[in-house]
Design a binder for this molecule. Structure first.
Ligand code: AMP
Ligand code: ZN
Length: 463
């Protein structure tokens, strides 16, 4: 069955044709590990995980590379401001290495909780300085880069066209050019490939231009080429990466080898919180742990994401989480009903199930249309007859959904020690000793159990 992806490069939905028929090569821009990943960041990772699983469902092997940016990403996303890693290190009174290690670990913990597969290759920017330097040298040799007193810049005017992804018009832009910090830049859109380190800069390496450090964009170009070659199949990231980071990756690749590095560019839209952008100043930044603290299985957040296409915005509210939580419960209960079912399916039933599987398959192949795919999952859930064959179909869907549909909530074994703590907490609550009740809840949390007080009594998750 054909797979279709919306390609930001051509602004159209295209039939997917991999370079190699067996193995699909993907590059995803990974996190800058200077702070906690938000549930917004996780939305982008979820769409990338669905992409992997859809390709696997269609029989492809995957070689997926994700970088860890642990140097060079400046506060402005462009060439201005402090390195995010250094800023964080200063604020938290730690070394950049400690910051990177800490937030990288947290990032992978979140991925695990959401059943997001780890890409085959994870590469850190600081471990690929040699490759990046070679890339910059090549760009200078090819006449695409120049040195100023502060950096090595990419000269966008040397390209046949800059801005193929975002469609910006350089001539129009020049008229109202941005106020430039660096007067030595030849064109407003020139960007730093390599930055000369000021004195006392913590992260720097020897280079032909003195102690210095890489720009953010060169990291992905160098690591992508190292692991996937000059041209690969799919490049992914959040929508905010289109106008700067990905545009510049394309520029670098064209300068180095005359090619656009990936054939398909897939971008995920943003998660909004209560209809607004997530930002510290609005106080509406949520992490996965906030969702867990409210007593939700992290997979509820995964299911919630299927209510919108990855190229559409999605609005996070706690009411929506409550709805998704009920849906996940229904899905898992339905699996249990079907696996224990004894109804005999006739030819008509079998044909209907084949049709539903085909519809599901078509929906995921249609640029990962998860809301549509879910509508077929619910049809299977509602199937009147109950049979293990239907449960198996749900399990097949779960290779995409990754919701642990077969998790038997009823059968959850709660250790004696936890039962005792729950009893003590119940007594404390009966005596309106809220302090003690909260203390016990914290102890339970440390032991991996999340307690949620609902209208129907206490719910416990974890273990
Ligand atoms: P940041 O933490 O802002 O550097 O974001 C890292 C990446 O996560 C960005 O490049 C985006 O692609 C993605 N991202 C950030 N915020 C959101 C959001 N609210 N919704 C979806 N993706 C996001
Ligand atoms: Zn990147």
């Amino acid at each position: 069955m054909d797979i279709f992806f919306y390609n930001t490069l051509t602004k159209s939905k295209e039939t997917f044709k991999p370079i190699d028929n067996k193995e699909v090569k993907i590059y995803s821009c990974g996190p800058t590990v200077y702070k906690d990943a938000t549930i917004g960041n996780m939305r982008t990772n979820l769409f990338q995980d669905t992409l992997r699983k859809v390709l696997k469902y269609n029989g492809y092997k995957i070689k997926h590379v994700m970088n860890i940016t642990d140097v060079g990403h400046l506060v402005s996303d462009g060439d201005e401001g402090e390195d995010k890693m250094l800023k964080s290190a200063r604020e938290e009174n730690k070394s950049p290495l400690e910051i990177a290690k800490h937030y990288t670990e947290l990032f992978f913990e979140d991925l695990k909780k959401l059943n997001i597969e780890t890409p085959e290759i994870i590469c850190k920017a600081t471990e690929h300085i040699k490759e990046m330097l070679e890339y910059v040298k090549q760009l200078i040799e090819n006449g695409y880069a120049y040195e100023t007193s502060t950096a090595i810049y990419f000269d966008v005017s040397k390209l046949d066209k800059y801005g193929v992804l975002s469609g910006i018009n350089l001539e129009e832009q020049k008229a109202g050019a941005r106020i430039e910090i660096d007067k030595e830049k030849r064109n407003p859109y020139d960007f730093a490939l390599w930055i000369k380190a000021p004195k006392n800069h913590l992260m720097k390496w020897d280079s032909p231009w003195g102690p210095s450090y890489p720009g953010w964009h060169i990291e992905c170009s160098a690591m992508g080429r190292k692991y996937l070659g000059e041209q690969f199949d799919i490049h992914t990231g959040g929508i905010d990466l289109i106008p700067t980071h990905h545009e510049n990756e394309i520029a670098q690749s064209k300068g180095a080898c005359g090619k656009i590095p990936a054939n398909y560019w897939l971008h995920g839209e943003y998660l909004l919180i209560d209809g607004r952008k997530m930002s510290k100043s609005l106080g509406n930044v949520y992490l996965l742990k906030d969702i867990e603290e409210k007593g939700y299985d992290p997979l509820v957040y995964r299911l919630f994401n299927y209510s919108s296409h990855y190229r559409n915005k999605i609005n996070f509210t706690w009411e929506a989480m409550e709805g998704a939580s009920k849906s996940l419960e229904r899905l898992r209960n339905s699996y249990q009903l079907h696996i224990k079912g004894t109804d005999i399916l006739n030819e008509e039933d079998n044909n209907k199930l084949i049709e539903l599987e085909e519809n599901f398959h078509k929906a995921i192949n249609d640029d990962m249309n998860m809301p549509l795919a879910m509508s077929f999952v619910w049809e299977v859930v509602r199937f009147e007859k109950k049979s293990p064959e239907i449960a198996n179909l749900l399990l097949k869907f779960d290779t995409i959904l990754s919701l642990e549909i077969d998790k038997d909530i009823e059968k959850q074994e709660i250790p004696e020690e936890i039962k005792q703590l729950l009893e003590e907490r119940k007594n404390a609550r009966e005596q309106k000793d809220w302090k003690k009740s909260d203390e016990i809840r914290d102890i339970l949390k440390q032991k991996g159990y999340i307690v949620k007080d609902t209208k129907n009594g206490v719910e416990i998750k974890g273990g």
